[in-house]
Design a protein around this ligand. Structure first.
Ligand SMILES: [Zn+2]
Length: 275
């Protein structure tokens, strides 16, 4: 869970200072999601829309010794736009995917993308009204999250393989061959011309001490190795293709503060930055 989400839970569980007057006023005035996207973080809003969520994304999070259910990958969609929605606690049992609801209130969160979150006093009304389904690109974007970590805690399981030049499938059992035929698309090709792919697993820990076990593929690993080479100056530069796993792990473990974007559904890193 990101630091801000934790703040939110703590704020909502501890500070139960509700602006009832605001709620009553807002009760009759649901905002469109396009309007909510312009609202500042921290505000309460009333929204209507179609909920998209999956119960296998519900996690149990322990806060101050209490366990609370949390689904950070829900989406609320109306005729104007979609917004990521975090569902807390018992509402995870009440709310059903592909159903229209009025949710009053939700708290607006201003993170790298705007999102909304239920609060301990959110009331839910099922609506007959139909809303569109979220667009596919939106579902994919909502799946990506970003964390900043001081360093990589563990690096392990470096794997290298060649991939088919036509269909990208991994080519197996080719150590001694000069020419190989792809199992999937049947294209024969010279191994010397095939792309060398690789991945490894890293474990990182953010400021909340939440641990993430993530997979980095070639593009991300190249960016990490390039940063390591840049920092080493006089020492010999390494490359992913020709360096031992131990040297690669060392290069990654010695990297300074990293910003990692990854897919929550697959734990695959999509981008690494050093800023
Ligand atoms: Zn192929």
């Amino acid at each position: 869970m990101d630091a801000e989400a934790l703040d939110l839970v703590v704020a909502d569980l501890v500070v139960v200072e509700i602006d009832f007057e605001y709620l009553e006023r807002a009760e009759d005035l649901p905002m469109t999601i396009a309007e909510i996207q312009k609202v500042e973080g921290g505000q309460l809003v009333i929204a209507e829309g179609r909920l998209t969520c999956s119960s296998d994304q519900i996690k149990e999070i322990v806060i101050n010794g209490n366990s609370i259910a949390c689904n950070e990958s829900a989406i609320l969609t109306d005729q104007t736009a979609s917004i990521p929605l975090t569902i807390w606690g018992e509402l995870n049992k009440t709310l059903t995917s592909e159903t229209s609801y009025k949710l009053a209130p939700l708290r607006v969160k201003s993170y790298h993308i705007k999102r909304v979150s239920t609060t301990p006093y959110t009331r839910v009304l099922k609506l007959e009204k139909e809303f569109p389904a979220p667009e596919e690109e939106f579902t994919a974007a909502a799946d990506i999250t970003e964390i900043r970590v001081p360093s990589v805690n563990f690096a392990e399981y470096l794997k290298r393989w060649f991939s088919c030049g036509r269909c990208s499938k991994a080519l197996t059992d080719i150590a001694t061959l000069e020419v190989v035929t792809c199992d999937r698309c049947k294209a024969s090709q010279r191994i010397a011309k095939c792309a060398q792919e690789c991945n490894l697993r890293i474990t990182v820990q953010d400021e909340d001490n939440t641990r993430y076990v993530l997979t980095a593929f070639r593009e991300v690993l190249n960016a990490m190795v390039a940063k390591s080479n840049e920092l080493k100056q006089e020492e010999e530069a390494i490359s992913l293709e020709n360096t031992s796993p131990e040297e690669t792990y060392k290069a990654i473990l010695l990297l300074p503060e990293l910003t990692l974007k990854f897919r929550k559904s697959t734990a695959v890193i999509t981008e690494v930055r050093f800023d």
